[in-house]
Design a protein around this ligand. Sequence first.
Ligand SMILES: [Fe+2]
Length: 148
Amino acid sequence: MSEVVKIFELERIFADLVVLWWDTKLCHWNIDGHQFPALHPLFESQYNALDDLADELAEHIRALGLKVPGRLSEYQKLADLVEADPNGSADEMVYALKRDYDQIRQDIETILSKNSSSQAVVTIDLLTRICTFAMHTSWMLGSSLPPQ
Ligand SMILES: [Fe+2]
């Protein structure tokens, strides 16, 4: 494998996207309260975007000649993220999802900082787009939280 980005790092980011995708779906389904009309569709747009990015990353892992981790039990072991509480308040859900996007962004920034001169152009481009989405979505979620 000529890629400089280590496959276990890609698998971890992939597992984090899958965990965050599922957590966002749970928040979409379980949200209650006056923020429901705004957050229910917002969460839907976010899990759809996560699905697209996870699909792209999975197919990139396959293009590198490797298999995609496929069992739910594997995702829990591979992922770094802590699951959101599907019974939490709307603000707790938003806070937990924002925390997860911030963590994914920081993880990718660490990977990219170690690989700035690598030949892994496609991998770096894909990770940069996931990082951009995580940063943008964290800002959106943070903007719907009360001032601290
Ligand atoms: Fe729905």
